[in-house]
Design a protein around this ligand. Structure first.
Ligand SMILES: [Zn+2]
Length: 341
């Protein structure tokens, strides 16, 4: 499990209420025993958790006033405490993240045992639980007990993109702080400065990132623009493929990890663009049978891609799901209902 430091990670711009709340924590040297940071994935919630752990344990307290947006000045970054936390070796900064998509009760039990000991050196011990919604209900209940009676000097920071999946009893124990998606212009300048994208590619990339700078960087690193061309090409070619070629393609796609979601997103975008074009051309007077057929076909394709996008996020057999999609796209058939699938 990796905790990021400000040396290699993007820190979110903190503004509005959330920013003011953080500044107040740092100024007063007081922080609630349980915080829940919410907001979409990839906006830097864990990075902020690390900044808090650094700030509260730094041996050179920050010069006041603290600007919430200048998070990398919350701590000195040079004292022994900062260096140990920065290298992710601090025994009093405990980090938990899902394993195989779940946070199990054993993990929380181990944590509780660790918390039974006095902190080694930290004044503020931090427990960071990433993707807290992945706790099983028994794990959640075990955590709740310790949130109700937290050990001294111990502070919990939970992060999630789905607060509604957490036990209400856990929610009620936490102060909830919401992170907004990053402004597009901030991400665009980051893409231009750090990834050398030209302004138009950066502008196109930011549309896919939906406010997440981490997603945007991933897209830039994976050269999504090449993928986009590939996706358009694949869609046009799909009904010329033999069953065997479709199988090979499904296998190739199934091996892609995060890329696959981006690629499916692109299939969807390409289909939608075409659908818009078709419907823009079709006035009631000029709607031909051919247009209606084309629109119908695009809608079916859209449904296939959407259903596939849903299934690849579950535990379904990805290769099989993709094969069904390619088959459906090639045959221009309507997808089955979810139940039949
Ligand atoms: Zn320091």
């Amino acid at each position: 499990m990796v905790l990021h430091t400000h040396h290699n990670v993007l820190l979110p711009p903190l503004s509005g209420r959330t920013g003011r709340v953080f500044a107040a924590f740092i100024r007063s040297r007081r922080i609630p025993q349980a915080l829940l940071l919410t907001g979409i994935n990839g906006i830097g919630k864990s990075a902020v958790a690390t900044q808090l752990a650094l700030a509260f344990n730094c041996e050179e307290p920050p010069r006041l006033p603290v600007a919430p947006e200048a998070m990398d000045h919350w701590s000195c970054g040079k004292c022994p405490s900062c260096l140990t936390i920065g290298s992710q070796n601090h025994p009093d900064i405990l980090a938990i993240a899902p394993q195989n998509d779940q946070i199990h009760i054993e993990t929380i039990r181990t944590l509780i045992t660790q918390l039974g000991f006095t902190p080694y050196s930290a004044i503020y011990r931090f427990v960071v639980i990433r993707r807290a919604e992945k706790m099983t209900s028994s794990a959640g209940n075990a955590l709740l007990k310790i949130l109700e009676e937290p050990p001294p000097q111990t502070h919990f920071i939970l992060t999630t993109d789905r607060a509604s999946d957490l036990l209400p009893t856990i929610l009620s124990r936490c102060q909830i702080l919401r992170f907004q998606p990053w402004p597009d212009d901030v991400i665009i300048s980051h893409l231009m400065d750090q990834h050398n994208l030209d302004p138009s590619t950066a502008t196109e990339t930011v549309k896919l990132a939906a406010g997440s700078p981490i997603k945007a960087s991933e897209l830039a690193i994976n050269k999504w623009f090449t993928t986009q061309k590939w996706a358009m090409d694949a869609l046009d070619r799909v009904n010329t493929l033999s069953a065997r070629q479709r199988l090979v393609l499904a296998q190739r796609l199934a091996q892609k990890k995060t890329d696959l979601e981006t690629l499916l997103f692109w299939f969807k975008t390409v289909i939608l663009e075409r659908l818009k074009k078709e419907t823009a051309n079709a006035t009631p007077q000029r709607t031909t049978r051919q247009t209606r057929k084309d629109v119908q076909r695009l809608i079916q394709r859209y449904e296939w891609v959407e259903m596939t996008r849903f299934y690849v996020t579950t535990n379904a057999n990805r290769r099989m799901v993709l094969e069904r999609m390619l088959q459906g796209l090639a045959a221009d058939s309507a997808p089955l209902t979810l139940q039949e699938y």
